[in-house]
Design a protein around this ligand. Structure first.
Ligand code: HEM
Length: 365
C-alpha cells in the first residue's frame, strides 16, 4: 500500500493503517511516517489565533515554525538543549527569556519523576490540567478562553464538575506562580510548560516543542467545553473539531490516558489506571483499549472505548497499538499537543520557543 493511499484511508477512516505497519516490520519506517504526515495534512491543519490573518511576510521565526507544525506536518518534537544556562538572577539570565524556564522545568522535573524513574500522580494531573485549561476554547468562543491560565486564576472553573480532582495540582501551580511570576512568567505558560515537562518525564514520553509568552486571564472560560466521558463518539469528534482538532489528533491526544488514573468514573476503584503501566508513556493504552476484555487491573473510560471503535479513530488506534506504534504516536501526539496548547492564544507570532529547557527523554526505568 502506498503512503498516499494509506493517508487517504486514514483521513477517511475506512482502512486499517496498521496493515502498513505490519507490512514493514522492524524500526519505524518512513513509509508509515509519511503516511501519517499526509493523513495529518489531509485533515486540513487549520491555522489558529493570529496566524489566521497574518501574512507570510509578517511572521516571526517562531510564527513560521508553528505554522509549519500546524499545516505542513513539521515534526513538533525537538532535541534542542541548552549549552550553558546562565545563573538565575544574573543579567545574562534576565536577557534570555528561556533562562528562568530552565530553572522552572528543573523544579517541575523533581516533582514529576518518582524514585522508580516513572512519572508521578502530580505529572498525570499536570498533563490533564494542560488539557483542561486549553480546552476552554472553541471556534465559537472567539478571542475568549483557552490556554490562558484561567483554570487556576478564575476560581469558578474549579467549582465545575468536569474539573474534579485538580485540588492538589492547582495548589502546586499557585505556589509556582507565587515563586516565579516576578520573573514575568504567566500562569498560562506554567500550565502548558508543566504538561510538556510531565510528558517527557514519563519514560518514553515525547519531547514536545514548548513555547512561552501566553497572556493570562482571570475570567472563567466558557462552561461546557470539557468533553464528557459519557458522550457518544460522534459528539466527541465534533466537539474536538470545533477546537480545530481532527480525528487523528484526537486519537493521539487520547493516548495521554496511557499515564492516567481515574477516580470519579468508577469511584469504588478510585486510583485504577487506564492501562497497566500508568507510570510509562507507552502504547499499552491503545492495545488494552482495543482488546475485547478489560485487563483486571484497569478501568477503561467509556469515551475511550467508543472512540477507539469509531471508524474515524480506529485506524489511528490500531496503528499506535501496533508493534511499531510508539514513533507514529509520539509524532502525532506532539503535533496535536502543540495545537492544543495554543488554543485561544492570539499572540502566537510573538511567542518564544523554549523547548531547550525540557529534560531529556528517558527510555529506561
Ligand atoms: C474525549 C476526550 C477526553 C475525555 C472524555 C477525558 C476524560 C477523562 C476522565 C473521565 C478522566 C478521569 C478523571 C478522574 O476520574 O479522576 C481523565 C483523566 C485524565 N485525562 Fe482525559 N479525557 C479526554 C481527553 C484527554 C486529553 C486530550 C488529555 C491530554 C492531552 C487527557 C489527559 C488526561 C490525564 C493525564 C488524565 C489522568 C489524570 C490523573 O490521573 O490525575 N485527557 N480523562
Amino acid at each position: 500500500m502506498k503512503a498516499s493511499s494509506i493517508a487517504t484511508a486514514l483521513a477517511g477512516g475506512t482502512v486499517i493503517l496498521s496493515a502498513a505497519v505490519q507490512a514493514h516490520p522492524g524500526m519505524m519506517n518512513s513509509t508509515v511516517m509519511n503516511a501519517l504526515k499526509e493523513a495529518d495534512r489531509n485533515e486540513r491543519g487549520e491555522l489558529i489565533g493570529d496566524l489566521q490573518w497574518l501574512h507570510p511576510e509578517e511572521l516571526s521565526s517562531v510564527g513560521r515554525l508553528i505554522r509549519s507544525i500546524l499545516v505542513d506536518g513539521l515534526d513538533a518534537q525537538s532535541n534542542q538543549y541548552y549549552g550553558h544556562v546562565p545563573p538565575l538572577g544574573s543579567v545574562a539570565c534576565a536577557r534570555d527569556t528561556c533562562c528562568v524556564w530552565w530553572y522552572i522545568a528543573d523544579e517541575m522535573t523533581q516533582l514529576f519523576r518518582g524514585s522508580d524513574g516513572q512519572c508521578t500522580d502530580a505529572a498525570r494531573s499536570a498533563i490533564r490540567l494542560g488539557f483542561h485549561d486549553a480546552a476552554g476554547w472553541s471556534k465559537f468562543t472567539g478571542d475568549f478562553g483557552g490556554a490562558d491560565g484561567s483554570i487556576v486564576l478564575a476560581p469558578e472553573e474549579m467549582r465545575r464538575q468536569a474539573n474534579g480532582g485538580f485540588k492538589e495540582i492547582v495548589q502546586q501551580y499557585k505556589f509556582w506562580y507565587s515563586r516565579w511570576s516576578h520573573f514575568g512568567v504567566s500562569m498560562a505558560d506554567l500550565i502548558q510548560m508543566g504538561a510538556n515537562v510531565a510528558t517527557v518525564v514519563c519514560p518514553l514520553g515525547p519531547r514536545v516543542r514548548s513555547f512561552v509568552g501566553r497572556r493570562d486571564s482571570f475570567i472563567p472560560a466558557p462552561d461546557g467545553l470539557i468533553p464528557s466521558p459519557f458522550d457518544p463518539a460522534d459528539k466527541l469528534i465534533e466537539f474536538f473539531r470545533a477546537k480545530t482538532i481532527q480525528p487523528l489528533g484526537l486519537a493521539a491526544l487520547l493516548g495521554a490516558h496511557s499515564t492516567s488514573r481515574q477516580r470519579f468514573i468508577v469511584p469504588s476503584r478510585a486510583g485504577a489506571p487506564q492501562d497497566s503501566t500508568p507510570g510509562v508513556w507507552d502504547v499499552l493504552f491503545y492495545r488494552q483499549t482495543l482488546a475485547a476484555h478489560a485487563a483486571p487491573d484497569i478501568v477503561r473510560l467509556p469515551s475511550d472505548i467508543i472512540l477507539a471503535q469509531h471508524p474515524h479513530i480506529f485506524p489511528a488506534f490500531k496503528t499506535f497499538a501496533g508493534p511499531n506504534g510508539q514513533a507514529p504516536w509520539d509524532f502525532a501526539y506532539a503535533r496535536a499537543y502543540v495545537r492544543l496548547s495554543l488554543l485561544g492564544v492570539f499572540n502566537v507570532n510573538n511567542l518564544t520557543d523554549c523547548t531547550r529547557v525540557l529534560p531529556a527523554r528517558t527510555f529506561h526505568w
